[in-house]
Write a protein that binds this ligand. Sequence first.
Ligand code: PLP
Length: 413
Amino acid sequence: MKNLNSEFSVEQLVGEELEQLEQHFAEQTHPDELEQFDRASLKELVAEHETPFMVLDLEEVEYQYLALQAALPGVKLFYAVKSLSHPSLIKRLKNLGSQFDLATTGEVELVKGLGVQGEKCIHTHPIKKDKDIKAALEFGCHRFVVDNPAEVLKFIPYKDHVELLVRVSFRSQDAVVDLSRKFGCALEELPGLVNLAIENDLTVSGLSFHVGSQSLSPMAQVNAIKASVHAMNEMTHVHWKWLDIGGSFPVSYQGPVTPIEDFCAPLMDALKELPEDIEVFAEPGRFISAPAMIEVMSIMGKAKRGARIWYYLDDGVYGALSGQMFDHAKYPISPLKPVDPMGDFYPSVLAGPTCDSVDVVDEDIELPELQVGDIMVARQMGAYTIASATEFNYYPKPKVVVVEDLMDHTDDN
Ligand SMILES: Cc1ncc(COP(=O)(O)O)c(C=O)c1O
C-alpha cells in the first residue's frame, strides 16, 4: 500500500491492524478488472439508467452455452431456469436449441409463456405437490425426478403418462454449494426405490444426480458417473434410457477455475462406459447465466470508520448481491472509472444500503479513493443473484437491462 495519507490521516489507523493491512495489500496487484468490457457502452448505459441496474448480455449467454455444448459433445443441455429466469435469456437459449430444467409450477408457466414445448423440459424437483405434477403434465412435460418412496407413490395416478428418473445422492467436498445433503437417495436405497416404482406399474427410465453447485473439481461427477454406470449394469430388469449428470460446472469469481473443456474431458471419458443407447443430460445453470450479467451500482455514501473507508452502495446483500448469503459467492467488484495500478489504494469496506449491519458486501477490499456518485461494477452476477433478491427496506430490486455484446473474447484461445 503506498499512500494512506490523503483525506484521512494515517494516525487514525490502529497500529497492529494497520501493519496487517499493509502486508496484506502489499501482496496484491491491481489489474484493470473491467478491461474485458466495452467501457464506452457501460458509460452510455449509466447515462441512460438509474443505478442500481443489472446488464444481461445475450451474446455472453450464447457464448457460454456453446462453450459448454462443445465441451460436452452429444450431451443434451437442459438450462436450469432457477439460476436466472429472465425471459430474454430463455428465448435466446430456446433459439439455440437448449432444453430446460424446471423445478416449480412458476417455472413451467414462465417457459410455457415463452413458447417452449413441454417435451423439451424435465421436471427435476425431487419434492412436488400433486398440483405441480398436474401442471407439468398439462404442459407436456412428462419426465420427473424422484428420490424417495413417498414421491414415487405420488405418480401412481399418472402412471401411463410419466417417466421417472431416480436421483441419487453423491456428496462432494469440492462443491461450494452442497446439493446432495438435501436431495437424492443413498446408492443402497436405489434398487428398493426402483422396484417400488416398477411394482406400481411406473416407468423408471433414468438416473440423475447433482453433486453440488460450483464444483471446483470434476472428480465427484466422474465418480458419480462411474457409480451410475455400475448401478445401471446391475439393474438389468430396467430399460435405462437416460443419465442426468446435473449442473455444477464452475465459473470464476475471485480466482481462476478449471477451464470448461478441461473440466468436462474426464466426464466425457467416464461417460464412454455407458451403453451406447443411453442419452446423457446435463442441467447447467450457473455456467450459462453467471458470466452473462453484471450489476452497475453507485456509491451513495462514504465514511471513515476505524482503519477503513466505508462506501455505501445502492444495492447489497438484501438485493441482487443476495447470492453472497444464499449461494456463498463473492462477486468481483471494481470501479467503472479506469484504475491506475500504480496509484494509491486504501483498505475499504463495501456495504449495502439497508439499515441492517449484516448488509456488508466486502470488508476487506483495497480501492483507490472513491467519491459519492462513483459507479461500481460487480461481475459474474447472473446466477442466483436477482433470483433471490428481496425488497427489504423498500429498496426495489435492480431492473435488468438487456444488451448484446458487452464482453470482449478476442483474447480467448
Ligand atoms: C436439480 C438442479 N439442477 C440443476 C441445478 C443447476 O446447477 P448449477 O447452477 O450448478 O449448474 C440446480 C441448482 O440448484 C439444481 O438444484
